[in-house]
Design a protein around this ligand. Structure first.
Ligand code: SF4
Ligand code: SF4
Length: 96
């Protein structure tokens, strides 16, 4: 008969029961605005972003693309560091 406050163990179980959703990310690069500086490449913790091999945009700059899109976690680090606002990040909840 325990009607007292919830123990830390009980809270952890409740928390774990609520974590049934994974966040998946996706990026869209405005390749015509990209200058290929690769700040986003360095910032990405999952090695998703890379220079598109042997390609240039309409201004003659190399540009980046999502080389490993399935690994994106939607953290937005790439979009935050881009000085030209070239990257848009989308997040999607995935049911377990
Ligand atoms: S949102 Fe995060 S994981 Fe996805 S490409 Fe950008 S930096 Fe990498
Ligand atoms: S930080 Fe921006 S401009 Fe630089 S490579 Fe990445 S998307 Fe292109």
């Amino acid at each position: 008969m325990n009607s007292g406050p919830t123990t830390p163990t009980d809270k952890k179980l409740t928390l774990n029961n609520n974590i049934m959703v994974k966040i998946k990310g996706a990026i869209v690069v405005n390749t015509d605005r990209c200058k290929g500086c690769q700040l986003c490449v360095v910032a990405c913790p999952k090695d998703v972003v890379a220079l598109a091999p042997k390609k240039v945009n309409v201004h003659g700059y190399p540009y980046v693309e999502a080389a490993r899109p399935d690994d994106c976690i939607g953290c937005a680090s790439c979009a935050i560091v881009c000085p030209d606002g070239c990257i848009t990040v989308y997040k999607k909840k995935m049911e377990d």
